[in-house]
Design a protein around this ligand. Structure first.
Ligand code: TRP
Length: 453
């Protein structure tokens, strides 16, 4: 048992039992697993992408996740303050600040997508999915997101819920909700995957997801996309996991939690792919159609199923909860920062940053409607561009800096003790990967990917 210092006693902590694991799983499993994984895999060659993705999770995601947890737990501070504590008067604090900035940017557009999820939930609940899709879900979805006001209202609802949970403290509400509903989402996902095996496009969907088109492996952008998705899906490189680790009161087996999260998060995404890709081919859709993929394909599946309206309502309700537990973790980064740094109260910090982040997300939403003309030369809209810059560029960049900090600045002996691995073979491997493998791989992927983009 670790001795509790007075600093630790004042700090909020996870409840006993599964609270920490469920909250971190809740942060990792979100619409990123369903919405982002499927469209990014669709755009990057399917099976080849999956292969590279799994390699990135194992080589980069797992060591970094363990490092973030260990750093948070041993300093009992959120990202920026944790780095400042170990390297006072240095520039490392800015790495934490970058995390605060990137978390806010990601939440800004994440809330837009989560708003779409809420809208779909209300459609199924109100029995109006059929009207919505008179011109098919592709048409219905496109005209919904093109409206100037309605998507903003749903986005506001998401932010209001997120603020309410974070303002109320994270343990009770979010822990209880995750415990009850994450298993339900998992089961429903599994049932839908079984159903997808009955679709005529199942073989092609399976082939798309599991048989790599090796030529895709020659494209640098596939590696960049896989790395960005691994960071995004595991919730890495922004201080979320440092902050969540800092609410750990005592010794807890960190390596087990890390493997559970990596495996659970990946299985979730792959199962979502097993539902989405067979349907894509069954309905003659294009797997590379971008962010709209899940919102068009899944409703088509539901509309062909007996009792599909109920399945749709249940699915989008659970997805909304998965989104909320992730959104909460994103808001927690600036909130924990403002509390520690400026001494703001939790409710003030939540409301202040929540409002700011809502405002930041408005352009992302309008980019599908009145501002649809604003695209890059590559055809990226505002949301797509925010997503690319934050997830594919800034997350790997910040992940690189965090790995360097963990591997080179944090004294080796302290880091290894904090990881629970100590001087075992896996402990030494972990430390070597933070020192050399992660920085090298991330730099390589980042440079070649940006070059080729
Ligand atoms: N992992 C979540 C998802 O897949 C989103 C998320 C939560 C996230 N925390 C994060 C993304 C931290 C990047 C960084 O939906």
């Amino acid at each position: 048992m670790q001795k509790q210092t007075s600093q630790q006693k004042d700090r909020e902590h996870w409840g006993p039992g599964m609270g920490f694991l469920l909250a971190t799983l809740g942060s990792a499993v979100g619409i990123g697993n369903v919405w982002r994984f499927s469209y990014v895999a669709g755009e990057n060659g399917g099976g080849a992408f999956l292969l590279v993705y799994v390699v990135m999770v194992l080589l980069v995601g797992v060591p970094l996740l363990l490092g973030e947890f260990a750093l948070g737990r041993s300093t009992q501070r959120e990202g920026a303050a944790a780095m400042e504590m170990l390297a006072p008067d240095s520039r490392w604090r800015r790495v934490g600040l970058l995390g605060v900035f990137v978390a806010s940017m990601i939440l800004a557009y994440y809330a837009v997508i989560a708003g779409w999820v809420l809208k779909y939930f209300s459609l199924y609940l109100g029995g109006s999915a059929r009207e919505f899709a008179v011109a098919g879900f592709a048409g219905g979805f496109r005209s919904f997101i093109a409206q100037p006001v309605e998507p903003l209202v749903w986005q506001l609802a998401v932010m209001a819920l997120t603020v309410a949970v974070v303002a109320g403290g994270i343990e009770r509400g979010i822990e209880a909700v995750s415990k009850l509903l994450m298993p339900a989402l998992g089961l429903l996902l599994l049932a839908l995957a079984v159903h997808s095996a009955t679709l005529p496009g199942f073989q092609r969907g399976l082939a798309f997801l599991f048989s790599p088109d090796w030529t895709a492996l020659t494209q640098p952008k596939v590696y960049l996309a896989a790395l960005g998705q691994a960071f995004f899906s595991m919730g890495l490189a922004m201080g979320v996991m440092i902050t969540y680790g800092s609410y750990l009161p005592t010794k807890r087996r960190l390596p087990g939690a890390v493997l559970t999260i990596a495996l659970g998060d990946t299985l979730f995404a792959v199962t979502a792919g097993l539902i989405i890709f067979p349907a894509v081919f069954s309905f003659g859709l294009n797997p590379a159609q971008g962010p709209a993929l899940a919102f068009v394909v899944l409703p088509e599946v539901f509309s062909q199923m007996p009792g599909g309206a109920w399945v749709g309502a249940a699915f989008f309700a659970l997805l909304a909860i998965a989104a909320l537990t992730s959104a909460v973790s994103l808001l927690e980064v600036p909130v924990a920062f403002a509390m520690q740094r400026f001494g703001w109260s939790r409710p003030l910090a939540s409301l202040g940053f929540g409002s700011l982040i809502f405002a930041l997300g408005i352009p992302a939403s309008l980019g599908y409607g009145p501002w649809a003309g604003l695209t890059t030369t590559g055809g990226r809209g505002i949301l797509d561009l925010m997503d690319f810059i934050t997830a594919d560029i800034l997350l790997p960049l910040n992940g690189l800096l965090i790995a360097l900090f963990l591997g080179w600045i944090w004294p080796r002996r302290d880091a290894m003790a904090a990881s629970d691995l100590d001087n075992s073979l896996s402990g030494r491997l972990w430390h070597v990967s933070l020192r050399y493998a992660v920085p090298l791989l991330v730099t390589l992927v980042l440079v070649s990917g940006v070059w080729g983009a």
